[in-house]
Design a protein around this ligand. Structure first.
Ligand code: SOE
Length: 372
């Protein structure tokens, strides 16, 4: 890899654009051994918004056509809506450009397969941005599990609760449309749970072998912002699923956009023969640990210098936040790009997630358990 800074292009500049641009801006100060990058080009369609975002996010220029950009930069971030994940990512990989695509990889498994195929045929690093793998407490939990301190893993329980759609007057968006999003709470939130479960216990339990799923849409149509029209909601507002892993371990997963009182309540728990862990995004610096022989759980504050990533930030007890997970993720991704090593979660990992989401949907349709 040349010593010149890596030129970076973003497709998308709103929520995820800001999260990743903020992460890139933090790297030189907090991860000085991260590869040097230049924020080159921002891609979007609304030129007025683009011009403002280009300045705000610290990019050199903007463009309105991703096809012009994917072979001009060293690294392409696909931060657009789900329906824009496949084509630009495939084009970038075919051009030999490294790619980080936001989750879920695609609206459908077919689309995810296309991206995975392009990644197999390319020398570029191809990642999918499941940022919760990069929470220090999650890494700490995985170290406990992989070192055998929880014993044989029997159960994983993952929930992702939000409430932003409980108001039937909340406007329709692409996230409510099967063609554009693929699915609703299942793909937007459940994808995180499936990836995190694989990350935490997959080496002990083997892959998820079969699933049973239930999807529900509570509000069938929503008003279109700025008009008197309504549009149908063609995706789930909530899902629940049961999963059996290869070793017989059980997964119980659910997510909702109607969980009143929950804003971004992402939790996961793992139960083994010698202990358990519980994590909540609302207390992301902490991990609840139950060890064999003890009564109840100990609250471990994961902010010691030898805890994952913490030494890059502040002294013990000076907690970090949601945005820091993107800094860790970008450090690892760009380091993989610079060193030509594998990055996880890879596009292949994300295809595996998509297959589970697809199986959950097929089970809901058939009302039967489905082999993955
Ligand atoms: C949904 O509102 C959302 O933004 C997800 O798309 C993100 O992946 C999650 O981290 C926060 O909630």
């Amino acid at each position: 890899m040349s010593e010149d800074p890596l030129s970076v292009g973003f497709l998308g500049y709103r929520f995820m654009g800001k999260a990743h641009a903020n992460a890139l801006a933090r790297l030189p100060m907090f991860f000085p051994d991260a590869p040097e990058i230049e924020r080159d080009v921002l891609v979007g369609t609304d030129e007025d918004a683009l011009e403002e975002a280009t300045d705000q996010l610290g990019f050199a220029r903007y463009a309105t056509d991703w096809e012009e950009v994917v072979d001009e930069v060293d690294v392409f971030y696909n931060l657009g809506p789900n329906f824009l994940h496949v084509e630009p990512t495939v084009a970038a990989l075919k051009a030999g450009t490294h790619v980080l695509c936001e989750k879920p990889l695609a609206p459908t498994t077919e689309g995810a397969e296309k991206v995975a195929q392009a990644a197999r045929e390319s020398d570029a690093v191809a990642g999918c941005a499941f940022n919760y793998r990069f929470v220090p407490a999650i890494r700490y939990a995985r170290n406990l599990i992989q070192s055998g301190q929880l014993g044989e893993i029997h159960q994983v329980r993952g929930r992702y609760m939000q409430d932003w759609l409980v108001d039937p007057e909340a406007p329709w968006s692409w996230r409510n449309d099967e063609e554009l999003a693929g699915s609703g709470a299942l793909g937007d939130l459940g994808a995180h749970t499936v990836d995190l479960a694989n990350f935490l216990v997959g080496e002990q339990t083997g892959p998820m072998d079969r699933v049973s799923g239930h999807l529900q849409t509570f509000v069938e149509e929503r008003p279109v912002e700025g008009s008197d029209e309504t549009k149908p909601v063609t995706v789930d507002d909530a899902y629940s699923a049961q999963v059996e892993f290869e070793n017989g371990a059980m997964g119980t997963f659910e997510a909702s956009r109607f969980a009143t009182g929950h804003k971004n309540d992402h939790t996961i728990a793992v139960h083994g023969s010698k202990g358990s862990v519980k994590f909540s995004l609302e207390r992301l610096n902490e991990l609840e640990v139950h060890r064999e022989g003890s009564r109840g759980y100990e609250t471990v504050l994961v902010t010691d210098p030898d805890d994952p990533y913490v030494d890059h930030w502040w002294p013990p007890g000076h907690v970090i936040g949601w945005e820091h997970t993107f800094v860790h993720e970008n450090f690892e991704f760009l380091s993989s790009v610079a060193s030509g090593t594998d990055f996880h979660p890879s596009v292949q990992d994300a295809l595996g997630v998509q297959r589970i989401l697809d199986a959950i949907e097929r089970s809901d349709e058939s009302s039967e358990w489905v082999d993955v």
